[in-house]
Design a protein around this ligand. Structure first.
Ligand code: SF4
Length: 333
């Protein structure tokens, strides 16, 4: 069986899969306060998620990242993680990971580790309780802190994904770096697009240029650029004094396209083959049309055959009623 190779000879080995559109937070840049979520019938069932991932793994996917919404609020999701453990055991899947807001980790960190997860990304924009409540609307920081502690205690490697917002967390740059260094956690900053007025939340949504962030870091630390790339948009620098690695993701960057090894699937089974373009194909129809995986496999191959060469990463196309239609803190890496 041949692997998934796109028209530009890039082999697809990394799948990012959203398992729910729901979340227990309402981050101002991601969701409105009164979200209408999808009817259950539109979502892939846990069994369908398993079939889908197992098919991709059979076709050569070696890394699977589970996202949302908040993946850990999906009912029964641990059984899905446990099921994926069999692909880790067989060696076909090399890494099973997730991006989470951390709210459910106190409960789930150990079961995730037991299922074979070794690294997780936690989206966290501030270490200040009041600011955290303001930006997530419904979130409470102590709950996430307990989640981080539980993740570290379980033996999970943790990376924080932080959306860089000038008037919001610029003053926490060193605090965040030190917080991560003290816990041996990685840290990645995600730049937002400079935006005009996006409504009542724009006070928090101030563009913070990551080259400016880097210059500020350099006032206290000796920085080394790392050549390491993961096939994604992050660049890494290392702080000599702490040894820690800090990732920088600038959405405008498109110089990783030639090594892009990833595709993304929504919780309704739509496959997006390029992070910065809206082109998509449906996999739910083929998945539901047959008990065998042949139509699904054919649809996957057809979608990969349409993967574009690159993108222009114009996030301004993604506003939806004044909100970002894609979860910025969840697109990182
Ligand atoms: S950014 Fe993440 S944590 Fe915040 S509302 Fe969106 S999905 Fe939830």
């Amino acid at each position: 069986m041949t692997n998934l190779i796109d028209p530009f000879q890039r082999t697809i080995t990394y799948l990012r899969l959203s398992v729910t559109d729901r979340c227990d937070f309402r981050c101002v840049y991601c969701m409105s306060e009164n979200m209408q979520f999808l009817p259950k019938a539109e979502l892939l069932t846990l069994e369908e998620l398993d079939r889908l991932c197992s098919t991709f793994i059979r076709l050569g996917v070696e890394k699977l990242r589970i996202t949302g919404g908040e993946p850990l609020v999906r009912k029964g999701i641990m059984s899905f993680f446990e099921g994926m453990g069999r692909h880790l055991e067989s060696g076909a899947l090399k890494e099973l990971t997730l991006t989470t807001n951390g709210s459910q980790l106190e409960r789930f960190a150990q079961p995730l580790f037991d299922a074979g997860v070794r690294r997780i990304n936690i989206s966290l924009d501030t270490l200040d309780e009041a600011k955290f409540a303001e930006i997530t609307r419904w979130g409470r920081l102590p709950q996430v802190m307990r989640g981080i502690d539980a993740a570290l205690a379980a033996g999970l490697r943790v990376k924080l994904n932080t959306v860089a917002l000038k008037d919001f967390n610029e003053d926490e740059l060193f605090t965040l770096a030190e917080f991560c260094a003290a816990r041996d956690m990685d840290l990645t900053f995600i730049e937002v697009m400079p935006m005009g007025d996006i409504g009542n939340e724009n006070r928090l949504m101030q563009y913070w240029d990551l080259s400016d962030l880097r210059d500020t870091l350099a006032t206290r630390y000796t920085l080394h650029d790392l050549s390491e790339r993961t096939g994604g948009p992050a660049r890494y620098i290392q702080l000599e004094e702490t040894g820690q690695k800090i990732g920088l993701i600038t959405p405008m960057t498109h110089n990783f396209c030639e090594s892009c090894n990833r595709v993304r699937i929504t919780c309704t089974g739509e496959i997006y083959t390029c992070l910065g373009q809206e082109g998509k194909s449906d996999l739910r129809g083929p998945l539901r049309s047959s008990e065998t995986d042949a139509p699904l496999e054919e649809a996957i191959r057809a979608a990969i055959g349409l993967k574009p060469k690159g993108h222009d990463f114009d996030y301004s196309r993604q506003t939806l009623g004044g909100q970002m239609s894609r979860h910025m803190s969840h697109t990182g890496g």
